[in-house]
Design a protein around this ligand. Structure first.
Ligand SMILES: [Zn+2]
Length: 209
């Protein structure tokens, strides 16, 4: 049996980003949140689609463009069906995707829930392999994620990396300071780690549900 314990962490942000928009009712800039509803408008064979946001104070609405004046034959059938039925899962994924909000300021949520799953068991664990899954777009720095989930300080995480005991696949420069990407695997050599048992426990056990 291998000495590597493989775990999978699924990282789910607790809230979608909220664009900051000048609310015409409140007469000031307010965070707007997705209403979870889309609007589809047909003009002949051309369609417009928006995700409706609401001012968090007064419920004034703002339309986030999904697409504009697009010919019906150019629209993916699954997307069309999702828009026609206000598919909550599809609209949630869109609300969490900051790509359409790039041009504007949005409140950032790095508050995440991490679901942990054991992928394989191991005896006398000396290495950890942590596979990161991000079903929704989220921005969380790798060093912050590891520090909070393994209950180690960020400087300790940095030392592990500079000592060659922490690596990632794919690897990259300054990867600890970058946002985590879906599918990233973190490899940790904990063979000489005095807190080995506690780290294994933290890596594989659900802390926050
Ligand atoms: Zn308002």
């Amino acid at each position: 049996m291998s000495n590597t314990l493989c775990v999978q962490w699924t990282i789910v942000p607790r809230a979608a980003p909220q664009p900051l928009i000048a609310c015409s009712h409140c007469r000031c800039v307010r965070p707007f949140q997705s209403s979870g509803k889309a609007r589809l408008n047909a003009n002949g064979r051309k369609l417009d689609a928006w995700l409706i946001y609401k001012c968090t104070v007064c419920d004034n609405t703002w339309n986030r463009t999904i697409f504009e004046r697009r010919h019906v034959r150019d629209i993916d059938l699954q997307i069309l069906a999702a828009l026609q039925t206000n598919d909550p899962e599809w609209l949630e994924r869109l609300a969490f995707n900051p790509a359409g909000l790039k041009a504007m300021e949005a409140t950032e949520f790095s508050d995440v829930t991490v679901r942990k799953k054991l992928l394989s068991h191991a005896l006398d664990v000396t290495h950890l392999s942590i596979e990161l899954r991000l079903p929704l777009t989220t921005t969380v720095r790798l060093d912050r994620l590891l520090a909070s989930e393994l209950a180690l300080s960020r400087s300790r995480i940095q030392t592990l990396e500079s000592d060659g005991l922490l690596s990632t696949a794919p690897s990259g420069r300054n990867i600890l300071r970058k946002s985590v990407g879906d599918g990233l695997v973190v490899l940790l050599d904990i063979s000489d780690e005095p807190e080995r048992g506690r780290i294994i426990d933290a890596a594989s056990r659900q802390v926050n549900a």
